[in-house]
Ligand binder design. Structure first.
Ligand code: PLP
Length: 343
């Protein structure tokens, strides 16, 4: 029987033999005492790569974003982000539940909002009866916008707005590695514009668990305390950090391959009159597309019956994500399955 082609997410990858060996061989210690040499090395290496003073290994992207927001804000504060942002839609209401803050969502285009929109969303400092704007957040690449890249010029313009108003600037860089692989702009260049950044090791990079957050030393010291308070002190987590280190050192360049696979698949989708895709948005490893002749649930089931797993992106759209556990041959097969289902 043919292997199922799993394009639900880039989180479905399993550690390669080399990654497993690095995990097996990892030296470990108690990370809550800061004595795990492999976690310490991952945090050192990650901070250097991101051009920040310090970094912290956390269990997930959600934990990374939420620790950052918690450290940057006080209850009653507000965070400006794009309407389809992960922190607004997919983090279980954590900004309010964990930090007592609220989100001001701004309608963007391909996940991008303008400096003018950010200016408009900022509350006047004198308005004591309004929430206090504290953070502007950007997601790059943008999950719900089909993996679209946030243009660096707009990042700089938003940073200038944040600085002008004394606000923090946070990057949800879960897939910043994909943005960097696609544009050639280093992750350090991207990160240099932000006070804090959260980035995932367990998505396109293929590690089984974990994210890094990075920023100033002072910020990371505060984040360390919150991570512990939220149950994120992981003891001998060097086994997991070893996978993250392996991923950072070996799996960044190859993301371009995933982008090539995405284009191959997206072109087939674009050419099919029973499917709709905005090719302008397809810039990295995610395709959000709409079946026009059946519901997303029916389309998902029909694809599954033929061995292709897709996720439901929105009420009307499916999502396909390429990653390192899907080969070019399997993409050819996925194209064929789509042609059969939407014939
Ligand atoms: C943009 C973005 N941020 C954050 C996350 C959260 O990552 P995790 O699933 O590791 O909590 C995701 C996960 O898909 C994501 O796409």
């Amino acid at each position: 029987m043919n292997k199922v082609i799993d394009l639900r997410s880039d989180t479905v990858t399993k550690p390669s033999a080399e990654m497993r060996k690095a995990m097996f061989d990892a030296e470990v210690g108690d990370d809550v005492y800061k004595e795990d040499p492999t976690v310490n090395e991952l945090e050192r290496f990650g901070a250097e790569l991101l051009g920040k003073e310090a970094a912290l290994f956390v269990s997930s992207g959600v934990m990374g974003n939420q620790i950052c927001l918690n450290v940057l804000t006080n209850p009653g504060d507000e965070v400006i982000c794009e309407r389809n942002a992960h922190i607004f839609n997919y983090e279980s209401g954590s900004p309010s539940a964990l930090s007592g803050i609220q989100i001001y969502p701004v309608e963007g285009k391909l996940g991008v909002f303008t400096p003018e929109q950010a200016e408009e969303a900022i509350r006047p400092v004198s308005a004591y009866y309004m929430p206090r704007t504290k953070v502007i957040e950007v997601e790059n690449t943008h999950n719900r916008a089909s993996g679209a890249i946030h243009p660096i010029e707009n990042i700089i313009a938003l940073k200038n707005v944040a600085k002008k108003h004394n606000l923090f600037f946070h990057l949800d860089g879960a897939r910043i590695w994909n943005a960097s692989a696609a544009t050639g702009i280093s992750v350090a260049e991207y990160a240099s514009h932000f006070d804090t950044i959260s980035c995932c090791l367990s998505k396109g990079l293929g590690a089984p668990v974990g994210s890094l957050i990075a920023g100033s030393k002072e910020f990371i010291e505060k984040a360390f305390r919150i991570r512990k308070a939220w149950g994120g002190g992981m003891r001998q987590s060097g086994f997991l950090a070893a996978a993250g280190l392996f991923a950072l050192k070996n799996n960044r360049e190859r993301l371009k391959e995933d982008h090539e696979k995405t284009q191959m698949l997206a072109k087939t989708i674009a050419a099919n009159p029973k499917l709709k895709v905005n090719m302008e948005a397809v810039q990295t490893n995610i395709i959000i597309f709409e079946p026009l002749t059946m519901s997303v649930e029916v389309a998902q089931t029909k694809c599954k019956e033929k061995g292709l797993l897709l996720s439901i992106g929105t009420a009307t759209a499916l999502r396909a994500v390429t990653h390192l556990d899907v080969s070019f041959e399997e993409i050819e097969k996925a194209k064929q399955i789509l042609e059969e289902v939407f014939c």
